[in-house]
Design a protein around this ligand. Structure first.
Ligand SMILES: Nc1nc2c(ncn2[C@@H]2O[C@H](COP(=O)(O)OP(=O)(O)OP(=O)(O)O)[C@@H](O)[C@H]2O)c(=O)[nH]1
Ligand SMILES: [Mg+2]
Length: 676
């Protein structure tokens, strides 16, 4: 039996921008709760959370990690997420597992684009947000301005629940206490502001409050928690993970005020497929049928594949056999573990609301639902908004024969990371990896190298597409009738542009059986083949409708292969007459910088063929720029932004749409394809 019940659990994500101190704060929380007796440090490679080789070497988080602590008899599960935008796949995967997102912020860096992105994600998943302003002592002079900035960007409900005092050396509560002096002024003002906001969600409490009654913890707990669930209040507290100031107060806040699984907004699960899909409510009951969800997959050096899951109802035991989604064959778990960074401990059971891991089960994958009752076969979590991997690299082993080893590493990474893809390009005979940016891909290369495989990587290829601008007709007669078995197939077709993103449509308008139905799939196959290879510049063709309307058949020599060839070349014929054009991916870029670099950032983005569609200067004097820029121009953006902003700017980008490339670029791509 667990020493705690479902209502005693608090699941918290530590999210936020790079280097804001999430991992250091996690370490400080574990230390203060007595879980570890030595405080490790990220920079020394000794923290509990950043234990993987790449993390110890680079001094930042690369993977999400699960930690736990006990405080005031309550259980806290912490998920320490990496803050680098390139590693956001790791962070997004974990979002379903918790009831609260704690956004850890560095007041000097301010509300950057990564913070905004995490808040948007939380909002989409109905996840309450709290803010921890970390590094308070060194930045005590900035804290007042930073609070204004938080309010301006996250809404007026963004209010302190404690405030720094003694020059950032400690904190003083302002939820249940209205007395004393803080570094930001009298506590009374903060206390009143917070209570005024909380009572708005509870009429009876509001009435008593307006009559002058000072609400105590019991009176406030439920309304406060509800205000968080509704994002009416976004509590802000202060810490200094380096000195430990405010850390115990944060432990108190987590267990006393943040939602437990039964209190929090339920995670968005659905049951059924397509039109029959309806929201599914789980019940947090440890005695109910098991419902668990896999939110993280890693590789343990000893145990191999490790799948982390959160239990929503029922109790998962090592002896259990569970179904995976709609799969009919149950999997036997054998052992279940609780994790403290890399340290794992086998335990008997994991109750509703809690998290754990199972090892070495090939049939369990990231995002899977585990259950023990066929009525839950079709339960799934709302799909998570993973960004598309836009950067690509071709990977070439230096030693022949290492391909298999590389493929093994890559397939493991694919299991763990939904924002990573790898495929073998049969055209170029290259192994191409796709990720979110340079950092993401160089970490993948490192993992390959750590397996003792030496590789070379070629510069990123941009995923251009080919399409047409008008309609055209095409024709091809494939005839081979000299010696041996003959081949004959003749095809007339028409191609027309479709809306961007529509893909491919194949229409059979043959009348009178001039081409028998049985050959149509071969024609379509020939067309799909050549579309995949590209015609003008070697990039896949998209957004066309092909209508086959005439042709000829030979009673003996017509066979599938002949019609496949005829379809392929008839398409090529039409394509070249239909004003072919090349499309390029365009990304939405959001740049934030502290300080006045607005002019240089917009100027630079314009020189990258970007279209700036929004600029703003926020409370802390920070610049925010939104623009749409061709991906090809963003390859070297990270170092450029760094040097422009003395290392203080940050940016995020997401695929927006495809646009035709300018003539000059098209000519270059075509010439390159033709060996120029
Ligand atoms: N002065 C000061 N430094 C801190 C504090 N918290 C963290 N740091 C330092 O800030 C740097 C980044 O800390 P991390 O804990 O790795 O930050 P993170 O948010 O986990 O970073 P990512 O994993 O890259 O997202 C390290 O050098 C820490 O020692 C703090 O409260 N005060
Ligand atoms: Mg970290």
């Amino acid at each position: 039996m667990a020493a705690y019940g479902t209502a005693d659990i608090h699941n918290v994500l530590l999210a936020g921008p790079r280097s804001s101190g999430k991992t250091t704060l996690a370490e400080a929380l574990l230390f203060r709760a007595g879980e570890i007796n030595r405080k490790g440090a990220v920079d020394a490679g000794t923290s509990t959370s950043d234990f993987e080789k790449e993390e110890r070497e680079h001094h930042h988080s690369v993977y999400s990690s699960l930690l736990h602590a006990t405080h005031l008899g309550k259980r806290i599960n912490l998920l320490d997420l990496p803050g680098a935008p390139d590693l956001i796949g790791q962070a997004i995967a974990c979002l379903p597992a918790a009831e609260t997102m704690v956004l850890v912020m560095d007041p000097e860096a301010g509300v950057d684009s990564m913070s905004r992105r995490m808040v948007r994600l939380a909002h989409d998943l109905d996840l309450p947000v709290a803010v921890v302003v970390n590094k308070m002592e060194a930045n005590v002079g900035l804290l007042g301005g930073f609070l204004d900035e938080l309010k301006e960007t996250l809404g007026r409900g963004c209010l302190p629940i404690n405030v720094p005092t003694g020059g950032g050396k400690s904190v003083i509560d302002c939820l249940l206490n209205g007395e004393g002096e803080s570094d930001l002024g009298p506590v009374a003002g903060f206390h009143t502001e917070l209570l005024d906001q909380i009572v708005e969600v509870d009429d009876a409490l509001m009435e008593r409050y307006l009559e002058g009654e000072e609400p105590n913890y019991e009176a406030l707990h439920e309304p406060f928690e509800r205000a968080m669930d509704q994002a009416h209040v976004v509590p802000v507290c202060f810490t200094d993970a380096a000195t430990g100031a405010g850390v115990e107060a944060l432990l108190d806040i987590i267990v006393r005020h943040f939602p437990s699984p039964p209190e929090g907004n339920h995670r968005p699960f659905f049951i059924g497929e397509g039109e029959d899909e309806v929201p599914f409510q789980y019940n947090d009951d440890p005695n109910g049928p098991v419902l668990a969800h896999v939110f993280h997959v890693t590789t343990d050096p000893y145990l191999g594949k490790l799948c982390f899951f959160r239990v929503y109802q029922g109790t998962v035991k090592g002896s259990d056999q569970l179904f995976v989604g709609a799969g009919r064959k149950p999997v036997r778990l054998s052992h279940v573990f609780q994790l403290q960074g890399k340290d794992r401990e086998e335990i008997n059971e994991i109750i509703a609301g809690d998290m754990g891991a199972v090892a070495k089960i090939d049939d369990i994958h990231l995002g899977d639902v585990l259950h023990d009752d066929h009525s839950l076969d079709h339960v799934h979590h709302k799909p998570l908004p993973y960004p598309a991997p836009l950067h690509a690299l071709a990977v070439i082993p230096k030693t022949r024969g290492d391909e298999n080893k590389i493929a093994e590493v890559l397939s493991r990474i694919r299991e763990e990371d939904p924002t990573f893809e790898a495929h073998f390009d049969t055209e170029t005979h290259e192994l191409v990896i796709h990720g979110l940016g340079q950092m993401h891909l160089s970490l993948v290369l490192e993992r390959i190298k750590n397996q003792g495989v030496d590789v070379e990587a070629k510069p990123p290829k941009i995923a251009y597409r080919e399409t047409i601008l008008t309609q055209a007709e095409g024709h091809y007669r494939h005839k081979k009738q000299s010696g041996g078995a003959g081949q004959f197939g003749e095809v007339y077709l028409r191609i027309e542009p479709l809306e961007r993103g529509a893909g491919f449509e194949f229409v059979d308008k043959i009348v009178g059986g001039v081409i028998p139905k049985s050959f149509m799939p071969a024609i379509e196959k020939g067309i799909r083949d050549i579309m995949g290879q590209g015609i003008a510049a070697g990039y896949p063709v998209e957004d066309v409708r092909v209508t086959v309307y005439d042709g000829k058949t030979h009673s003996v020599d017509s066979k599938e292969i002949a019609f496949k060839t005829a379809g392929k070349f008839a398409f090529r014929d039409a394509f070249l007459k239909a004003k072919p054009t090349i499309l390029e991916p365009v990304v939405n870029v959001e740049v934030t910088t502290p300080g006045d670099w607005l002019g240089s950032i917009t100027g630079d983005l314009s020189s990258r063929r970007g279209r700036v569609f929004g600029t703003d200067t926020t409370a802390g004097g920070r610049a925010l720029v939104k623009a749409a820029v061709p991906l090809a121009e963003m390859i070297e953006y990270e170092p450029a932004l760094k040097s422009m902003t003395k290392g203080r700017g940050s940016f995020t980008m997401e695929l927006s749409h495809y646009d035709p490339v300018p003539d000059r670029v098209a000519k270059e791509l075509v010439a390159k394809f033709n060996g120029g």
